[in-house]
Design a protein around this ligand. Structure first.
Ligand code: UD1
Length: 416
């Protein structure tokens, strides 16, 4: 298993580009099931989760391949309607094939995703949504069995704003008979990117990006072309890398508006942030202050940046109270940050971070995707050497992170 070895304490300088968004690419790749033919995408990041998606699409009978800068999905008639446990357990987002399969074929068998490091993460709201559209759902032998003749439009109120649930039901509703209205829909930019691709395919979706999404069902969809939006979580992580090392970093090819809640907190903490059309520049300061953050659905502070922001706060002057409201078990990085000398008192959903003047390198273990990013950030700032184990978590969601950090002057290498 690969490890990442970082020698910390070097200020990062320069420009780093943002890759395509994992969380937009995954649902968009699954949405191809809705329309037979050849779909063409740009800006699909090179990530393990993209390879897992390709493996699942291939197991169903689609072809997914890279052709230079393009990512091509060739969708014929599906050979199988079963998303097997071996594929789904590697990536929870695999559940997103349910809506498209059900909408196009009236039939889908998808493994339940099972346990997850950052909480129980149920899929009940995905299933309630499919039922509201008229599907019969049965849970048997660890699998969801879904059937319908043709889905029918309905009004659906999500009890919790769920990103995956909104995406799954929105995809299913594109081919339903009649109009579907989703209330308390999630508003994440990745949902907007998905809706834009679905509309390019001929869907009739409006209201995406707000909490009420309306989908007028159509009888068929056609493949289209799309460039995946920039990854706001990767961009945010790179901005924090510039800040935590007291460097000067310009993150390009991103959308600053998508990062607003992070940038507000970084300015409040004392960092100098400039933005342009598609870039954010952060200039490090010798001292920054502890600020409180509470994660919540978009446009509020993203849970996917909580761990990275906590790493930044471990070196702040004063105290920061970090509250996680989206997932119930998302503080696994805390114990590892403490191994680097951080002073943190975690409770179930609240962590009090008392900033220290410095951190010291140590071997640490990544537990999930964003936790591993926070350990890398802390390692960049810590004195001496930090080894981050189980770096495969990072490969699920960050394209060439060590290359991008090295390009900014970080001393970082991968070791088997
Ligand atoms: C997506 C993102 C993930 C991000 C999360 C929250 C992808 C591939 N992943 O995950 O990176 O951290 O949004 O921004 O896009 N819930 C239920 N029942 C359900 C579904 C969700 O109770 O059926 C709960 C979850 O347990 C959680 C909350 O709703 O507490 C939000 O989860 P959700 O938005 O669905 O997250 P994901 O789509 O899994």
């Amino acid at each position: 298993m690969d490890k990442m070895v970082l020698t910390g304490g070097k200020a990062l300088h320069g420009t780093a580009p943002t890759s395509g968004a994992k969380n937009a690419a995954l649902p968009i790749l699954f949405s191809t099931i809705l329309a037979p033919g050849v779909h063409r995408f740009r800006n699909v990041p090179r990530l393990m989760d993209i390879d897992s998606t390709a493996a699942l699409l291939q197991s169903l009978g689609c072809e997914a391949r890279r052709e230079n800068e393009l990512y091509v999905v060739d969708v014929a008639e599906l050979k199988s309607f079963e998303a097997h446990y071996d594929l789904v357990r590697k990536m929870r987002a695999s559940i997103l094939c349910l809506g498209p399969m059900l909408a196009r074929y009236g039939h889908a068998v998808v493994s339940l995703p099972g346990g997850c490091a950052i909480g129980t993460r149920p899929i009940d709201l995905h299933l309630e949504g499919m039922k509201a559209l008229g599907a019969e759902i049965e849970l048997k032998d660890g699998y969801v069995h879904a059937h319908t003749k043709r889905l029918k439009g309905a009004s659906i109120l999500f009890e919790t704003a769920t990103v995956g649930g909104t995406e799954n039901v929105m995809m299913a509703a594109t081919l339903a008979e009649g109009t579907t209205i989703l209330e308390n829909a999630a508003k994440e930019p990745e949902i907007v990117d998905l809706a834009e691709y679905l509309n390019k395919m001929g869907a009739k979706i409006s209201g995406h990006g707000t909490s009420i999404i309306t989908i007028e069902g159509v009888s068929s969809l056609k493949p289209a072309e799309h460039s995946i939006m920039p990854d706001r979580i990767e961009a945010g992580t790179l901005v924090i890398a510039g800040a935590i090392t007291r460097g000067d970093v310009k993150v390009t090819q991103c959308r600053p508006a998508d990062l607003e809640s992070l940038l507000i907190k970084m300015r409040e903490s004392g960092f100098k942030i400039e933005t342009g059309d598609d870039w954010v520049r952060v200039q490090g300061v010798s001292e920054w202050k502890g600020v409180d953050v509470t994660t919540a659905p978009h446009p509020l502070f993203a849970t996917d940046l909580q761990a990275q922001f906590m790493a930044l706060m471990t070196l702040a002057k004063g105290t920061s109270v970090i509250t996680e409201t989206v997932f119930e078990n998302r503080f696994m990085h805390v114990q590892e940050l403490m191994r680097l000398g951080a002073d943190i008192s975690p409770k179930t959903r609240v962590a009090v971070v008392r900033g220290r003047p410095s951190l010291t390198g140590a071997p640490v273990m990544a537990t999930d995707l964003r936790a591993s990013a926070s350990l890398v950030l802390a390692g960049l700032a810590a004195k001496g050497e930090t080894t981050v184990g189980r770096i495969y978590h990072l490969d699920r969601g960050y394209e060439n992170l060590e290359g991008k950090l090295s390009g900014l002057g970080a001393q970082v290498r991968r070791m088997e």
